[in-house]
Design a protein around this ligand. Structure first.
Ligand code: GDP
Length: 418
């Protein structure tokens, strides 16, 4: 196995933090659902038998059944979301393709993505496309057809096309990472809509820059708006097309340190989303096109450097892998926090509420039972009293009769004697 295949099949990937947490919380909610069902059946039976619980209480218990079912549905759909932004042609689609190890999104001249494209895993080996507002699955046979479909459609720039790609084709899709590609930030004036519709639930943002030029106002403005709407968004910056620097080795280092300083300043001083140390680990110099080519070669069984575009391939390839590793760590930790923390505290509060309601009912049952017991005791006492009285009367009667008999006997024998 080549190194990257090993990496791909390596279940120690940081994404497993999310995958395992998702399984665990789903299992726990499965148990909560069972418990809620059982309790509701029990409560209903209790109502039918003794009317210890009232209608309002029964309705409340039933509402928990729906609540838990709704949370379970959301949990099963939860995923990690990464959104890519930057100017047109900086290489956003190419970065996504490189991470997916396959040319899935159309890229290059004439294939400008003019709407949002979301790539997510599908089950059952199917590849298809779905447009916003429709449930129709449009079959995708190949990338050319997908590109044509995206170009021909007159789509609004803030609408979303969902591309479903077989999970088993890529470990990131298998582990529930969803990729969102955006139209260039230079083409839109509706940044607010974009953010509201596609970014609020993103766990990680990747700003794809062109390393051959400097960051533009549009790119900066977009992230200013993002960080006003979201508290401390996780932002990675990729200086893409770094292969171009190989043509000018004499100024490579100075260009790199200039870009690095600007990117770190942007994250720390302008956006104030990271500290210096964290920001330094969020800025990378890569070549998406080269990485994609290398991975396509690897898939054919060739060494990755066969995809090299320019001198210095190995460094850029390592840097891309380093980015992926840090990205995986960040996205899975962030998604566990944002997606599951809320559900686990809701789960706790549902089971806490149910417990106190059941405690309350139990108390009422105990009082009810004691009352019955008291009634029973009183009745028993009364019966016992009557029995003693009866015995007394009987004893007295017996005595009287005995005396009467004796008296009669005496009288009779006296009469006989006389
Ligand atoms: P997008 O509009 O941001 O999605 O950009 P694309 O991914 O469509 O890329 C635009 C063009 O730049 C395509 O022809 C890519 O092949 C090319 N490209 C992307 N990344 C690189 C890179 O790292 N190096 C070089 N030399 N070309 C690249």
């Amino acid at each position: 196995l080549t190194e990257s295949r090993l990496y791909q099949s390596n279940d120690k990937s940081p994404l497993q933090i999310f995958v395992r947490a998702k399984k665990k919380i789903n299992d726990i909610y499965g148990e909560i659902e069972e418990y809620v069902h059982e309790t509701t059946t029990f409560i209903n039976a209790l109502h039918a038998e003794a009317e210890i619980v009232d209608k309002a209480e029964r309705e409340l218990f039933e509402s928990y059944v729906y609540k838990v079912a709704a949370i379970r549905e959301v949990l099963q759909r939860d995923h990690m979301k990464v959104a890519f932004f930057g100017r047109t042609s900086n290489g956003k689609s190419s970065v996504i393709n490189a991470m997916l190890r396959e040319k899935i999104l159309p890229s290059g001249i004439g294939h400008t993505t003019n709407c949002f494209c979301q790539v997510e895993g599908s089950n059952g080996g199917e590849a298809y496309l779905m447009k916003e507002g429709s449930d129709e699955k449009l079959n995708v046979v190949n990338i050319k057809q997908l590109a044509n479909a995206l170009c021909q459609e007159k789509l609004c720039e803030s609408s979303l096309v969902r591309i479903f790609w077989p999970r088993e084709r890529c470990s990131l899709l298998r582990d529930d990472v969803v990729f969102v590609d955006s139209p260039g930030v230079d083409v839109s004036a509706n940044l607010d809509d974009w953010i509201d519709n596609h970014c609020l639930n993103a766990d990680v943002f990747v700003l794809v820059l062109n390393a051959e030029s400097t960051m533009t106002r549009a790119e900066k403005q977009f992230f200013h708006t993002v960080s006003q709407k979201l508290s401390k968004p996780n932002i990675f910056i990729l200086n893409n097309r770094w292969d171009a620097s190989a043509n000018e080795p004499e100024c490579q280092e100075s260009v790199k340190s200039q870009h690095t300083e600007r990117c770190i300043d942007f994250l720390t001083k302008e956006l104030k989303v990271s500290n210096e140390k964290e920001a330094a680990e969020r800025v990378f110099f890569v070549s998406a096109r080269e990485t994609l080519q290398a991975r396509i070669e690897e898939a054919k069984g060739n060494p990755p450097h066969m995809g090299a575009i320019a001198e210095g391939f190995q460094m850029r390839y390592f840097e891309f892998q380093d980015f992926e590793r840090k990205f995986e760590e960040c996205i899975s930790q962030s998604a566990v926090k944002t997606k599951f923390q809320q559900h686990s505290s809701r789960g706790k509060s549902v089971s806490g509420d149910m417990k106190s309601m059941l405690d309350n009912i139990y108390e009422r049952i105990t009082i009810f039972r004691n009352l019955k017991q008291d009634q029973k005791n009183m009745l028993t006492e009364r019966i016992q009293g009557t029995e003693t009285q009866m015995m007394q009367v009987t004893r007295e009667m017996k005595m009287k009769i005995h005396n009467m008999v004796e008296e009669v006997e005496e009288k009779v024998s006296k009469a006989l004697n006389e």
